[in-house]
Design a protein around this ligand. Structure first.
Ligand code: IMP
Length: 424
């Protein structure tokens, strides 16, 4: 196996950063293929907490090359701040961090638009406010600034002037928002271009060569399948392809297939932002899970909504992204609760559904729960679990018909148990 994808199998925040970090030590390349600095991948190294937003989690391993591929929307200012933080922890040379010349740039205009739409519109998505949606809009509308444009001031100014034709009207007449001139924005971005130049290359060819040479390539997904622009719970989604399909458009895999698609699933479920969430727990136990699990957004600090594990959603995610195995994370958070429930199906208009197919209106779903015996574990005895935890894992495996290959039971690098070999 030389290509492996890490895909969020819920609404994001499943613990992808930690798994990518651990598997990244065996990888030659770690590639981000979608999203931008809306992601927040938390990694605990010793007594340090490192949160990565745009830089792939492989950066923390000296032998690993991190790649930001063309499907990413890239924010230069946030990237530079993040790079400075990473460099305080590990040496980063440009040959170890490569950025696609075709990645789309998030400009100041995108951030202003995102903030004002969320602030003033009646329909709120609950975005991270990083300008992600507006940047992808410009990409699809064929007027985006690409990384390669940052190296030419004239091109930048011409393209930004074009981009402003419609946006200036919105800023002035709809949102009453201040905005920089195309000339000033061009000058700002050009300066970043000069600093970024040494990191930029044709990442498609880089990944092509790597896979042809049999190198181990890990594709690091951000967000989760339920936030996918096509497969997710639209319109409460992000604006990119967060599932495995996004790898083919956002990075390219010339060998044709990604061998292993590892879905990351939390032992319960969380969501930030708006949108229906059938198993959301209104009672006090939801607050307890939220507190024990430190469920606050790594990018925005928002409180995450918490719910019981939702098998219909997991079944759908596995199908939607052809997931081949699962990593079950944060099982320690459920340990010791006096009550444990799993949603095995929904009832909608008197009918039962065991898979959250996209035709279903999740806001109408009544979750059907199975109460299961809670488990208490100290997790130190690697791989030997109490019967109750074994049953919990088996219940999940039986529901989705793929193995739970990894069990994570705490934030530390050491608090993980591999039940299957990856990259070996
Ligand atoms: P955007 O990606 O900032 O446009 O936000 C769109 C939706 O995706 C909102 O509900 C966000 O809360 C959610 N979202 C975006 N990135 C993440 C993430 O990394 N984890 C969890 N939710 C996210």
């Amino acid at each position: 196996m030389n290509t492996l994808a890490i895909i969020g199998a819920q609404w994001g925040d499943e613990g992808k950063g930690k798994i990518t970090d651990l598997l990244g030590q065996h990888a030659d390349y770690v590639v981000r293929f979608q999203g931008g600095n809306n992601a927040g991948h938390t990694i605990i190294v010793g007594d340090k907490k490192i949160v990565l937003h745009q830089i792939p989690s492989g950066i923390l391993h000296e032998k690993c090359i991190s790649v930001i591929a063309h499907g990413v929307v890239f924010e230069p200012e946030a990237f530079m701040a993040e790079l400075t933080m990473v460099k305080e922890n590990i040496t980063v040379t440009p040959d170890r961090l490569r950025i696609s010349l075709n990645a789309t740039v998030i400009t100041t205009y995108h951030k202003i638009l995102d903030a004002n739409r969320e602030g003033q519109s009646k329909v709120k998505i609950g975005t991270t406010g990083k300008g992600i949606g507006p940047a992808y809009e410009d990409k699809i509308a064929r007027r985006a600034i690409k990384i390669k444009d940052l190296f030419d001031k004239d091109i930048l100014e011409t393209k930004l002037t074009h981009a402003l034709e419609e946006k200036a009207y919105l800023f002035e007449h709809v949102y009453n928002a201040e905005y920089p001139s195309a000339k000033d924005e061009a000058a700002r971005l050009y300066e970043y271009g000069q600093i970024l130049k040494e990191y930029v290359c044709d990442t498609f060819s880089l990944i092509d060569r790597a896979t042809q040479d049999g190198k181990k390539v890990l594709f690091e997904g951000a967000q989760g399948i339920l936030l996918d622009i096509d497969y997710g719970s639209y319109p409460y989604v992000t604006s990119s392809s967060t599932g495995a399909a996004g790898i083919y458009t956002g990075a390219g895999v010339t060998s044709g297939v990604v061998n292993e698609k590892l879905g990351i699933v939390k032992a319960y479920i969380t969501r930030v932002g708006e949108g229906p969430m059938p198993t959301e727990i209104a009672e006090e136990i939801g607050d307890r899970i939220q507190k024990i699990g430190h469920e606050f957004g790594a990018t925005t600090g928002r409180r995450r909504r918490c719910g019981w594990l939702d098998l219909p959603i997991l079944k759908y995610a596995v199908k939607a992204s052809s997931i081949t195995s699962l990593a079950l994370t944060k099982v320690d958070v459920l340990s010791g609760l006096e009550e444990l429930k799993v949603c095995y199906a929904y009832e909608i208009d008197g009918k039962e559904y065991d898979c959250a197919y996209p035709g279903l209106d999740l806001s109408k779903a009544t979750p059907l729960y199975k109460s299961i015996p809670p488990f208490t574990e100290d997790f130190k005895k690697d791989g030997e679990y109490a019967t109750e935890l074994n049953d919990y894992i088996k219940l999940i495996e039986d529901a989705v018909d793929i193995p739970v290959g990894i069990l994570a039971y705490g934030p530390e690098r050491s608090q993980i148990h591999f039940r299957k070999n990856y990259f070996q």
